[in-house]
Write a protein that binds this ligand. Structure first.
Ligand code: HEC
Length: 264
């Protein structure tokens, strides 16, 4: 029986002399470079040791051992190539994980309202931070406030529980038209300018988006959320301006779109 180091030596010299296909031309050097990284050569050594254990000469198994190592190297290199790696989708998925992560608010940012099997209800993060009961299905995400669809703005009068009347200027006050609940009586923004949270399954096939169709593409949706997370801060807060909850970089927005497209 050979020692692992002896088997590794066999592998190293076999790989060093292995002829690569001439089709590679200038690429041969890069391939040899990736292969010569060394490493433990665990796979080919195991292959040779298995051959010996079964009664064969280690040398007889060298082509198989080298093939294993080549495929392994191929997978390592290709996993890092942007065209083959699903890194964008993986980064995008973090926004939808049903977690409470105060060290990174992007982690689960979308899941706060898009949780549950249909991705259309609030989760425990929304309950802890915004006092919205878990499972809430109506929220405002600033669509009427921003009014990027440039719809006609009208003034709606809401009567509060204390008898006062509050005017709300909006293209569409949403759920409040049905419940009649005024802004002062609605600490959890589930009424005025609030709309039903839609499922995200199949969203890539259902453009345009939002109740007023103001987002033509998923890219527009992601750009709107960057704005929304920015305006939830209070510039005139008692302790000075509150910084935006979070901002979505162009990279974040692209990752979110990649992930949304997976929700078939
Ligand atoms: C505060 C709750 C809340 C958060 C957080 C939230 N959403 Fe939404 N989402 C909604 C509501 C409510 C609507 C419907 C708005 C409307 O129609 O005016 C909506 C609509 C959408 C739509 C449109 C679907 C359609 O069919 O029109 C997409 C896509 C979407 N959200 C994706 C996201 C992404 C991506 C994130 C994270 C960046 C996110 N949402 C975070 C509540 C939320």
């Amino acid at each position: 029986m050979s020692t692992p180091d002896e088997l590794r030596e066999l592998v190293e010299s076999y790989l060093a002399e292995l002829a690569l296909t001439p089709e590679l031309k200038g690429l041969e050097e890069s391939m040899r470079d990736a292969l010569a990284g060394g490493g433990k050569r665990v796979r080919p050594v195991l292959c040779l040791a298995t051959a010996e254990a079964a009664g064969a000469e280690a040398e007889a198994a060298l082509p198989a051992a080298a093939a294993l190592e080549l495929v392994h190297n191929f997978s390592l290199v290709h996993d890092d190539l942007p065209a083959l790696d699903d890194d964008s989708e993986r980064r995008g998925k973090r926004f939808f994980e049903d977690v409470v992560d105060f060290s990174d608010l992007k982690h689960g940012a979308c899941a706060a309202c898009h949780s549950g099997p249909m991705l259309n209800e609030t989760n425990q993060f929304a309950e802890l931070v915004f006092g919205v009961p878990k499972g809430t299905r109506f929220q405002s995400i600033g669509i009427s406030e921003v009014n990027s669809g440039q719809n006609l703005v009208r003034v709606f009068l809401f009567k509060s529980h204390d008898g006062t009347t509050t005017p709300v200027a909006s293209p569409d006050p949403g759920r409040a038209l049905i419940t009649g609940v005024a802004p002062q009586d609605d600490p959890t923004v589930e009424n005025v300018n609030a709309f039903k949270t839609p499922t995200l399954w199949g969203a890539s096939r259902t453009a345009p988006y939002f109740h007023d169709n103001s987002a033509k593409t998923l890219e527009d949706v992601a750009a709107h959320y960057n704005l929304f997370f920015g305006i939830t801060s209070d510039p005139d807060g008692p302790g000075g301006p509150i910084p935006p909850l979070l901002s979505l970089t162009p990279g974040d927005q692209a990752d979110i779109v990649s992930y949304l497209k997976l929700l078939k």
